[in-house]
Design a protein around this ligand. Structure first.
Ligand code: SF4
Ligand code: SF4
Length: 73
């Protein structure tokens, strides 16, 4: 299910607490990748905590690593 890019969803996003969320992503205030699409930062996969996020269950998202793979269609 497509995720709307809203303030409410951004506030629910837990990407900031994810080990993959690096300094570049923090400097650029990036998050809500399941809606906004992949990051333009260079990054190493260090785990993905989307599975614990309320946005994932609310919109029944199938994917993970949205910062690498892009938004849910
Ligand atoms: S599912 Fe992942 S990318 Fe989407 S809001 Fe939650 S933590 Fe962020
Ligand atoms: S999409 Fe997944 S891997 Fe990427 S920052 Fe968010 S929780 Fe971490």
């Amino acid at each position: 299910m497509k995720v709307p890019d809203t303030k409410e969803n951004l506030e629910k996003c837990i990407c900031m607490g994810c080990p993959t969320h690096n300094d570049c992503m923090k400097e650029r205030m990036q998050g809500l990748f399941c809606s906004r699409g992949k990051s333009d930062c260079e990054l190493d996969k260090q785990g993905c905590i989307c599975g614990e996020c309320p946005v994932k269950s609310e919109y029944m998202l199938a994917g993970m690593y949205f910062c690498v793979n892009g938004a849910e269609a």
